[in-house]
Design a protein around this ligand. Structure first.
Ligand SMILES: Cc1ncc(COP(=O)(O)O)c(C=O)c1O
Length: 452
């Protein structure tokens, strides 16, 4: 067995294609429906907000989709990302388990999000688009699209959820460094924002509201298209480079995982690491696949599998997914990227097919796990990623109890260098674990569209 700590793939072994799970699903995904007619949407319905290449990928059932060379060239700035064996964490826990993590924090923006920002910017540029609008939660996605826009000469306008805008001023500075504009959402610049502010003047914002604002801007301007950082099929597709690399690196380590773990906000970093393993499971492998979400926004564990809107303003197509209801307002937390009412339709489908497990944790237990991880391995996890860290530690402790030397692989989707206020709040005892509001859930589910 290898004694190495880090496993690096050479640049020339970086995957040349993304993996599309749609090709291997035993039953196809339910179609997306038009928000007005309730009928399945076609490419023409999406054309005002997305470039054609992205729309084609959204509905493709091709197993492998080639990564264009200009995208690979940008990926080479930080990819292939390292696979790391967390030997010191294993020792600290006294577990017989082997813990590996794929580290996506080495990207310029500090997370997995540039894996899709770069191709999305590339395809838009290729089709003559001048501006991109988008939303961001914690700011990881906004910084990633700002970075990608700067490389391809596109203007980028980012609507940032207000609670995070106030908590993470340096994320805004990073977006501006890359040349983007960052606006606190809800804002008065859009009808969707003004409507929310009329009803909730003190609104903290949510990803659902910020998406409404960004989609409205794209739909109302000819020079602007919209880019989404998670949830949609093409985003999950672009992220599969994580799992494809990880598989080769696990082979270099002479191991294969018994458990694969990732946090789930909209589902994209989970899809990225897990879908290649779902493919292997469909061929007979037996890897446990675990998605981890916040107890304050427990989409997979408490949501309903139903058609719903992707945004609060009900402008987007309806998709079948695990949802807490588009009007559900998750409490403010430091994991802004996990505060989304829905889940990727593809991840939801995988869950319905029984191909994955899901669990939820409170934020303080995740911070405790992140601190333990940082003190053993040195890397300070993003609050979102700390959910995966918590689950990996829980699995390693289970192995200790059961005396099993299992192999655990998790995705460390980003670093927390812009999230240190969250750690400060944790150390000063200011972080609370809000009780999940069942009544608010019931009220939001009442408003689900009567589709499907
Ligand atoms: C570091 C990090 N991890 C995870 C997520 C959750 O998103 P997704 O579920 O799409 O990977 C985010 C979202 O902003 C993030 O910034």
């Amino acid at each position: 067995m290898s004694e190495s700590t880090k496993y690096f793939l050479p640049e020339d072994r970086m995957p040349k294609a993304w993996y599309n799970l749609a090709a291997d699903l035993p039953t196809p995904l339910p179609p997306a429906l038009h928000p007005g007619t309730g009928q399945p949407i076609g490419p023409a319905d999406l054309a005002p907000i997305f470039p054609n290449a992205v729309i084609e990928q959204e509905v493709s059932t091709e197993r492998w989709i080639e990564i264009p060379e200009p995208v690979r060239e940008v990926y080479r700035l930080w990819r292939p990302s390292p696979l790391i064996r967390a030997r010191r964490l294993e020792q600290a826990l006294g577990t017989p388990a082997k813990i590996f993590f794929k580290y996506e924090g080495v990207s310029p923006a500090g997370s997995h999000k540039p894996n899709t920002a770069v191709p999305q910017a590339f395809y838009n540029k290729q089709e003559g688009v001048k501006r991109l609008s988008t939303e961001t939660g914690a700011g990881q996605w906004g910084s990633s699209l700002a970075f990608a826009g700067s490389l391809f000469g596109l203007e980028v306008e980012v609507y940032m959820v207000k609670v995070s805008y106030n908590q993470k001023p340096y994320r805004r500075a990073l977006m501006e460094t890359y040349g983007a504009t960052c606006i606190a959402s809800p804002s008065t610049l859009t009808q969707a924002g003004r409507d929310i502010l009329a009803r909730h003047p003190d609104s903290n914002g949510s990803l659902g509201i910020a998406i409404s604002e960004a989609v409205e801007v794209a739909a109302s301007r000819d020079d602007t298209k919209y880019a989404l950082g998670s949830v949609l099929n093409h985003v999950c597709l672009h992220q599969t480079i994580i799992g494809e690399e990880a598989m080769m690196q696990m082979e270099m380590a002479g191991e294969s995982p018994d458990v694969v773990i990732a946090c789930t906000g909209g589902g994209s970093n989970f899809a990225g690491l897990a879908f290649p393993y779902v493919r292997e499971n469909l061929k007979g492998a037996k890897v446990r696949i675990v998605g981890v979400e916040p107890a304050s926004c427990p989409t997979l564990t408490k949501g309903l599998y139903a058609y719903d809107f992707g945004d609060t303003g009900k402008l987007t197509p309806m998709v079948k997914m695990h949802t807490l209801g588009a009007t559900f307002m998750p409490p403010g937390s430091h994991s802004g990227g996990l505060r989304y009412h829905g889940m990727a339709p593809m991840v939801s489908h995988v869950m319905e097919l029984g191909l994955m497990e899901a669990r939820s944790y409170h934020q303080t237990e995740c911070f405790a796990a992140a601190v333990q991880f940082a003190r053993a391995e040195g890397i300070v996890p993003a609050p979102e990623s700390s959910h995966a860290v918590k689950a990996a530690i829980a699995e390693a402790l289970r192995c200790k109890e059961e005396g099993k030397a299992e192999t655990i692989l998790f995705n460390l989707s980003g670093h927390g260098h812009f999230d240190m206020q969250a750690y400060t709040d944790y150390f000063s005892g200011k972080l609370i674990d809000p009780q999940f509001d069942q009544q608010a859930l019931a009220a939001a589910l009442e408003e689900l569209p009567k589709a499907g």
